[in-house]
Design a protein around this ligand. Sequence first.
Ligand code: GDG
Length: 471
Amino acid sequence: RQTHNTPQNPVRLIAVSNRTAVDPNARAGGLAVALWDSLKSTNGLWVGWSGKVKDFPSLTPTKVTDDGVDFALCDMSKPQYEGFYLNYANSILWPLFHNRLDLVNFDLHNFAPYQETNRQFAKAVEDNANSEDFIWVHDYHFFLIAHELRKNGWTGEIGFFLHIPFPAPDVFRALPEAALMGRALCDYDIIGLQTSTDVINLKRYLVEDCGGKEVGEEDVLVFGRTVTLRHCPIGIDAKNFRKAALGKPAKKAAKKLRRFLGGRKQIIGVDRMDYSKGLPQRFEAVSKLFDHFPETRGVTSFMQIAPPSRSIVDEYVQLRERLDGLCGRINGDYGDLDWIPIRYLARPYERAEIAGLYAMSDVCLVTPLQDGMNLVAKEFIAAQDESDPGVLILSQFAGAAEQMKEALIVNPYDTEAVAQTLHKALNMPLEERQARWKALHKTVDTQDINWWRNRFFAPRGFTQSVPKIAT
Ligand code: GDG
């Protein structure tokens, strides 16, 4: 069977994800942009969480229609929100898939609410879909949707995209439900993954533990089904992001910051406050820059935007405390009457403002310890201007590093080397900055969000590798 849902021949799309873009403000985000056109043009449906936690949640989802797109929004009970979202998804699956077995809280491994929520969302799909529709499930919250649908006899096509890394089989095996989850994944027809390493990891698990057999380049024959594993690195809406960087709110934010910078060089970091993003190591590296290169003191400023997320999970509380402490120490050690080394802003900013801040920055530090892709790296490149582009420093452990080889690639654990690389970036001649930016921009601009969606939808037997961009 071939996926017949191509952009040329659209079949109704049903998207499933924890967060939806029912709120128009959330439509500027990458996933919403990618899905919106297909949902709109096929009168599609988006199934997701309503964002509401209720004592007595309704058994039927709330229906909303906006701009030709239907939404089916499920409420959660408090125990379900805790068990499914906070505990299983974010205290077990998230750290495990980010290679942080040390942070997995196995005591919280109550699988039942995870299963129950997947069942609930699968039912919302089933009640509103017909077998011709293409169901596209997103991320680690919903590994079991296809399995639940198949149990009820669903034969239509179901795709899955994993936004986070797929770990090495040995790490995945530490999950008490690994076998069950592996089996459930095989009920999808196509699984999209961010990097070729993720594809290799999942393929290895399916072959070594599930008796799968590789067929051709993309397919695995497993449990009597053919599952396509496809390398689909997610992109951004690069042209629109550049437009945002040139717009009024962007310029206003940049002007405001420039007033305080007073001609100093600006290093920027923008991340959800998450332990996968390597923020303490990044602060240490910046501290070493000021320590080893005294000439950078007073003339360079580092700004970290870090809106808190999942802030009731213990590990996130500890991270917040660690960052508060580190920033205080570094500013205390190196700051002066007229200079603050680290501007640490633990609050969210408007997307357009962020675009403006990227545009005016000289260096962007993207140093996650593990990251599915990392869109900040792509946004920074999209926001820059060819005449005087900034330099991207990128962790080898971000999925984006596979595509963005012309960045300065670093090992984020090696804070000494990151400090040296920062120094190199701050002093990089214009010609080299332009050459690197040009190559990176070509990748970000051509392998954008629509390219990603089309690649996922392309018929099976797809053998095209990610195009190499000439430098
Ligand atoms: C997951 C995977 C994968 C950040 N602060 C603000 C703000 N942001 C925006 C950034 C960027 C997005 O949030 C973060 O995207 P990332 O890709 O860096 O990371 P995750 O949130 O962890 O996303 C990741 C992604 O899914 C897509 O597949 O790349 O690897 O972990 O767009 O700009 N946006 C606004 N205010 C902020 O303060 N408006």
